[in-house]
Design a protein around this ligand. Sequence first.
Ligand SMILES: [Zn+2]
Length: 168
Amino acid sequence: MELICSQCRKPLVKAVRRQGGLDRLLSWFYAYPFRCQVCQHRFHLMQWGLRYIERDVDRREYERRPVQLPAKLQDEQGREYEGTVRDLSVGGCAMEVDAPLQKGTLLRFQLDALDNEPCITVETTIVRSAQEARLRLEFLRMAPKEKERLSQFILSLWLEGTQAARRG
Ligand SMILES: [Zn+2]
């Protein structure tokens, strides 16, 4: 059976870990949580007879796609930092930046993903971890239009398979 998102109908869904009482209750009835990798919708699907093995489900809500794309960050003081995005999902990315950015910093993020198109902009991202020049960024807030553009771009990465998208 192919698993599809109950909202956008795309077949790019990922099993995710249970969170809280409702998830646990539903799993008594073989309904398990999934996260759409395109529109971010979280939902439950019946998987009759399938036993849920928590350790087989990884902690990530989103599958990350390998990429190599130029991107720009801007902090609240207006300083800009340029770098390279190494993996990407609808929820965040890994980015290499040659700047001492601390965990918890809020930034504006602009991804130069496509030829002849303006950057995809995430109004607010947060630095979740910073190891040397590699940041793990989580996307917190973005305009619906930009979210749609990012979703479409991620979808194209999935459809292109394992080959990493490269630019710059
Ligand atoms: Zn969806």
